[in-house]
Design a protein around this ligand. Structure first.
Ligand SMILES: Cc1ncc(COP(=O)(O)O)c(C=O)c1O
Length: 416
């Protein structure tokens, strides 16, 4: 009887979510993808242009990656058997950690099953330590951008720090950040500044250069200094001439960089790169690394290949094509008076609608016309910034972008 009561509670909870139109469980089921130059998703027998994917370089359909994945699973099997400290690590894991560290010009790297797991594994032990008699004390202040990704927010929550040890700074606001750090001087042993590198809802890049300057200016005001942790899930592979992400784009260096293979690199899994001491410490203390399976051999092999391509001429060509698509989209949007919520030079292009219901309706109408896009509303973006998130990809043809814009303009006319 009491379990039935609980199930009733859950039902009511689900009904409330459904009424608020924020349900996420009614996912579109994709039966496959076409092999066209601009691949389309097949849903219930119909083809849809993909403008809602983080596969910014188009690597998830790359032949070389698929071949490497197949070969590795033939050699190592399809699953890891157990976590690394029990079953042993496979050579591909080690190679991937070395290569990803080298790519980001850091001393060492460490891979996780996802970037979400990476943030949990990295942030928690750097905030409060993992062992019972840890030397890491909690006289720490964590300073976090107000629009940081959920994986960062949850990782901070996990540490259960008192209120006074946590501050949120205004989104992208360096004056606010500096004021917080200045006022905290000599009151804490250390500070962790944590931020997304690219904010995936609006395509904005965090001002990492100024954050680094703030660190350098105030570092001596804290016994154990200031550590900058950046989650650059949407920047790596995309931003910068070499595709090193927000660090390269901002021409600066951060202390700890979290990334994902699951977006521009077209595979799956997360990682962190940093100084060897930090990685050695995390390998002893990141629960999501120690007690959870790592990548399959197939995924590790495909990720190694993606990293290789990203550094070859081919990767450069993909980034160039992506850049051209971004500039073309922006130019055409301006021509057709399509308002954008941010001046983004990232493949995320937010079309400003400023009304949640209208946004959902337009996205539904675009779907009926054969386009996959995303409706984004508060609290994921600030109130009044409801947007249709368009995500561009290197394998989009100009014709596909033209078709999307033509349909969008026609739909917007109905609401004018
Ligand atoms: C900023 C940020 N961090 C982390 C993640 C999680 O990445 P993964 O899918 O590898 O767990 C995402 C994915 O949406 C993200 O946008």
């Amino acid at each position: 009887m009491s379990t039935d009561n609980f199930l009733d509670l859950l039902k009511k909870e689900i009904e409330t979510i459904d009424r608020s139109h924020t349900s996420k469980r009614k996912e579109k089921v994709i039966d496959g993808f076409t092999s066209e130059k601009t691949p389309r998703a097949v849903i219930a027998g119909r083809k849809y242009f993909i403008f809602n994917s983080n596969d910014y370089l188009g690597l998830r359909f790359n032949k070389r990656l698929k071949e490497k994945e197949k070969k590795a699973s033939e050699k190592y099997g399809t699953g890891p058997g157990a976590v690394r400290f029990i079953s042993g690590t496979i050579a591909l894991h080690q190679q991937l950690e070395e290569k990803i560290a080298k790519f980001h010009q850091k001393e060492a790297g460490m891979i996780f099953s996802s970037a979400f797991a990476a943030n949990q594994g990295v942030i928690f032990p750097l905030l409060v330590g993992q062992r019972k008699n840890t030397l890491i004390n909690d006289k720490v202040l964590v300073v976090s951008d107000e629009l940081n990704h959920r994986s960062i927010i949850d990782a901070i929550r996990l540490a259960k720090l008192p209120k006074e040890n946590k501050v949120i700074f205004k989104h992208l606001n360096m004056v606010d950040l500096e004021t917080i750090i200045k006022n905290a001087s000599f009151k804490f042993d250390r500070v962790l500044i944590i931020t997304d590198g690219v904010f995936s809802m609006l395509g904005e890049v965090q001002d990492l250069k100024t954050i680094r300057q703030i660190k350098d200016k105030y570092d001596k005001n804290f016994k154990n200094g200031i550590l900058i942790i950046v989650d650059d899930a949407h920047g790596v592979g995309v931003l910068g001439e070499k595709g090193r992400g927000a660090e390269e784009f901002c021409q600066t260096e951060v202390d700890v960089l979290v990334g994902t293979f699951g977006k521009a690199f077209g595979t799956d899994g997360g990682y962190v790169v940093s100084k060897k001491t930090i990685i050695d410490y995390l390998k002893e203390s990141a629960a999501t690394y120690i007690y959870s399976n790592n990548l399959t051999a197939g995924t590790a092999a495909a990720s190694l290949e993606a990293l290789k391509i990203a550094q070859e001429k081919e990767g450069k060509r993909m980034r160039q094509k992506l850049k051209e698509n971004i500039l073309y989209f922006k130019k055409q949007a301006k021509k057709f008076n399509i308002p954008l919520a941010a001046d983004s030079y990232h493949p995320v292009q937010p079309v400003l609608i400023a009304n949640a219901e209208k946004t959902r309706t337009i996205v539904r109408k675009l779907f009926q016309k054969g386009f996959l896009t995303t409706a984004i509303s508060y609290p994921v973006v600030p109130q009044g910034k409801d947007e249709i998130r368009i995500q561009l990809c290197a394998n989009h043809s100009q014709k596909a972008i033209d078709l999307l814009l033509k349909n969008l303009v026609n739909i917007l006319k109905i609401f004018a």
